[in-house]
Ligand binder design. Structure first.
Ligand code: UDP
Length: 370
């Protein structure tokens, strides 16, 4: 009996890796091909020691509805043929929604990992994906009490909700390179521990208009000019937007590089004086690494890092630069405090809890994992 783990993007590979290992040979990966290239996928499968996924094809370049429809159609065929005892999806991507709808159509029990996140921002397609998936899932793995409360507020039955913690805790602990390797890596970039900013942006709100992207890059450029190195691994969407809007001149002082592998990213984040990002996953990782983060977004579905004092929301313009300068000015005190602050994302046993919940749902008397 196999459990189908449906995924399609970099953050899904990262967050599902500990669960896939926990499930062992029972887990069969199905990749929708949403991010399918060496930098965003191939390297992550290797870095995270993941089994080779079955690859669906042809989603690239399609608009949202086309991606969902195309993946749904292929997943339906795959599930009809292989009959998984359960389907697992994670997060809020188009792959997540397609996996959930395909499981629903074939009447296969569905587990949603990272259930109950809500930004309450209906302009984000991810918010709609989250809500739809939560309402068809049979087991909703809420990472935090806040996530569970969001589900109850939408009248999700208590019996479907499990508070599990977030698998980010275990993936970061396992994949953070050892101290010596981190030191060598930083030296390779010419960076001093606690002496640089690590930035990523890729969300539509920061990359779809020239104004927004220019506002972000202008502030990062000013930080670099003032003497704090800014390392900027660029998502393919961001690289394309910089070219399209003719903003390459703003990258003169910023160290813009290709996306880096997972262990490398964690090592760089672990020693950054400040993280600047619109990523979802980095809002969780910063709490495990004990590093401060400016979230360049108008809303977040992850209030936990903000409530615990790791992060703050900033607008792309001067608010980003002003907050960065003020946080960098008292960096020592902040880093000392965050090093003593617990992550709100749990104890590092989330993947074990989710695997057991999956096994119960699949109704197997014997554990699914070999
Ligand atoms: N990440 C990485 N290399 C990079 C940039 C990000 O490994 O160059 C990791 C990061 O640590 C996090 C994940 O990719 O785990 C975040 O992916 P992304 O920002 O694409 O998606 P989101 O988290 O916003 O859904």
């Amino acid at each position: 009996a196999s459990v189908a783990v449906v995924l399609g993007t970099r953050p899904e590979l990262v967050k599902l890796a500990p669960l896939i290992h926990e499930l062992g040979p029972a887990a069969r990966l199905v990749h929708t091909g949403q991010h399918w290239d060496e930098a965003m996928s191939g390297r992550f499968l290797r870095d995270l020691d993941l089994p080779r996924p079955e690859l669906l094809t042809g989603v690239g370049g399609r608009p949202r509805a086309g991606q969902i429809a195309h993946s749904l159609d292929q997943l339906d065929d795959a599930f009809a043929e292989r009959r998984p005892v359960a389907v697992i999806v994670q997060g809020d991507t188009n792959a997540t929604l397609a996996g959930a709808l395909a499981a629903n159509a074939r009447d296969i029990p569905l587990v949603h990992v990272e259930a109950g996140l809500r930004s309450f921002d209906r302009a984000m397609p991810e918010e709609h994906n989250r809500v739809m998936v939560d309402h068809v899932a049979d087991v909703l793995c809420a990472a935090t009490a806040t996530n569970a409360a969001n589900l109850r507020a939408e009248s999700v039955d208590e019996s479907r909700i499990e508070i599990t913690g977030n698998t980010v805790v275990e993936v970061v602990r396992r994949r953070l390179p050892a101290r010596a390797a981190r030191a060598a890596l930083l030296a390779g970039y010419g960076l001093r521990p606690d002496g640089y900013v690590l930035a990523t942006v890729h969300r539509p709100e920061n990359t779809d208009t020239a104004e927004a992207l220019r506002a972000v890059l202008t502030e990062l450029d000013a930080i670099a000019r003032a003497g704090t190195p800014v390392l900027f691994p660029m998502h393919p969407r961001t690289r394309a937007a910089v070219d399209r809007f003719g903003l390459a001149a703003l990258l003169g002082r910023i160290t813009a590089v290709e996306p880096v592998g997972y262990g490398e990213f964690l090592a760089l984040a672990r020693h950054a004086a400040l993280l600047v990002s619109d990523s979802g996953g980095i809002q969780e990782e910063c709490t495990v690494l004990g590093r401060p983060l400016l979230v360049v977004r108008r809303s977040t579905e992850r209030p936990e890092a903000i409530d615990a004092g790791f992060a703050v929301l900033v607008r792309p313009g001067p608010e980003l630069g002003d907050t960065a300068r003020s946080w960098l000015a008292d960096s020592g005190k902040r880093l000392a405090r965050l090093a003593e602050t617990d992550s709100p994302y749990g104890d590092g046993l989330a993947s074990a809890r989710i695997a057991r919940a999956t096994e119960r749902l699949a109704g197997s008397a014997a554990p699914v994992a070999a």
